[in-house]
Structures are given as structure tokens and as C-alpha cells.
Write a protein that binds this ligand. Structure first.
Ligand SMILES: [Zn+2]
Length: 225
């Protein structure tokens, strides 16, 4: 029985690495699959992992219809057993519905990977629809860590070193310095430090300040540089 599985986690928890491993495992058993991604950090039409592995992938645009794509692929004589769908948080809810239909009506497995919530702790529309429709939602077991060593559960957006909680939902990181938006980076934090807006840069500054209360220092040991 084909399945729609949503593998979720924070940034840095190895989702793309698992996506590549999953593709390898199925391919090694003679199954054929297609790999999709959207706005990968390495650019268009590539699925890359932070460990340095990468492969070519089909880029998902807002206009892409997964159902039509699969029908077209099948009518040209190709068979598909599974889809790997990375960065699924960026897909539209309609695209997630198309994926569910592909599972049910074409008996194709869909393995989707994505982060659930944005830098404001709000669910991405694509992830919300995944959670609503998936046969299984699996939280990845490789835990990303906050600078304090606790399990990181939140994705923080950091602009020029300062954590922000307002702005566009989707801004791809590593924007070049000197542009209007400043240097946009992401950092995973535990909830405690997310709520206190204490990213690693802020924690280092606080630790160096004579005004810091002992209570704060206790909560905020100096993060490694
Ligand atoms: Zn923390």
C-alpha cells in the first residue's frame, strides 16, 4: 500500500541527508523514483545536504502540477514507484493535495521532507496540509542542538546578527551583505532561547555585559564561537 509520509524536523536535523539516503535505498532495490525540491540552498534543481552530498532534482514552482507531471512522465513510458519531495514546507497546499492523490490513485509512495514552522513559530501552509493529509508524520530523530546544548525546536531568523520575529515568511538565507535586507541567516534554538530572542550572538554579548544578572548567565552560558 502506497503511503504519504511527512518527515519533519527543524533546520539542521538532517532532512536532506535522509532524503538522499531514502532515494539510494529504494533505488538499490530496483525501484525508480523522481526527486523534487524547492529553493534548495545550493540553487535550482539540486537537492543538497549539509554533509556535502547532492543530486540533481526537479525544481518545484508554484505552477507545477504534480499530477500532470506524473501523468506525462508515465505516458512517455517511464514507471515511477516513489517520489522524494524535499523542502515540502514551500509547496502550496494544492500541491500537497496532488501528492496525496498520486499516492491513492497511482499507488506511488511519496516521501516528503520539510520543516514545520517558520521563524515566527507559525506553520508553513505546505507543512500544515502535509500534517493534515499524511498517512504518517515522522519527526526526525537526529536532533539539532541550540547553542546552549538543549534540543533545538525552533527556527530563528537572524538579520545582521539580530533575531527577528517579523517579516516575509520565506526569505532564503545567506542573502549577500549590502543588500536592503541585510545578511539573513537562520539559527536553530531551544524554545527557551527562542522566546527570549537569545541567539548565539546575543548570548555572547549578554555574557560579556556587566549588567547581566546571575540568573541570566545561568540560563545563558557563553556559546562557542
Ligand atoms: Zn537554548
Amino acid at each position: 500500500m502506497a503511503e504519504l509520509v511527512f518527515f519533519s524536523g527543524t533546520m539542521d536535523c538532517g532532512k536532506s541527508t535522509l532524503a538522499l539516503q531514502m532515494d539510494h535505498n529504494h533505488r538499490a532495490r530496483g525501484r525508480s523514483g523522481l526527486i523534487f525540491t524547492k529553493m534548495d540552498r545550493m540553487g535550482e534543481s539540486v537537492l543538497s545536504s549539509r554533509l556535502g552530498l547532492s543530486t540533481t532534482a526537479r525544481e518545484v514552482t508554484d505552477r507545477l502540477d504534480f499530477w500532470d507531471e506524473l501523468v506525462e512522465f508515465a505516458t512517455t513510458g517511464h514507471s515511477v514507484d516513489y517520489l522524494i519531495c524535499d523542502e515540502a514546507q514551500f509547496y502550496t497546499p494544492e500541491q500537497v493535495e496532488q501528492l496525496a492523490r498520486i499516492v491513492d490513485e497511482m499507488a506511488v509512495d511519496v516521501f516528503a521532507f520539510g520543516i514545520t514552522a517558520d521563524f515566527r513559530t507559525q506553520l508553513f501552509p505546505g507543512s500544515r496540509r502535509m500534517i493534515e493529509l499524511a498517512d504518517r508524520v515522522q519527526v526526525l530523530q537526529v536532533e539539532a542542538l541550540c547553542w546552549c546544548g538543549r534540543r533545538a525546536t525552533h527556527n530563528a531568523r537572524v538579520v545582521d546578527g539580530v533575531m527577528v520575529v517579523e517579516g516575509e515568511q520565506v526569505v532564503v538565507g545567506d542573502t549577500k551583505p549590502g543588500t536592503d535586507t541585510g545578511l539573513v541567516e537562520y539559527e536553530v534554538l531551544c524554545r527557551r532561547h527562542f522566546m527570549r530572542r537569545m541567539n548565539s550572538t546575543a548570548a555572547r554579548a549578554a555574557a560579556a555585559s556587566p549588567d547581566t544578572l546571575p540568573f541570566d548567565l545561568d540560563l545563558c552560558p557563553v556559546p562557542p564561537c
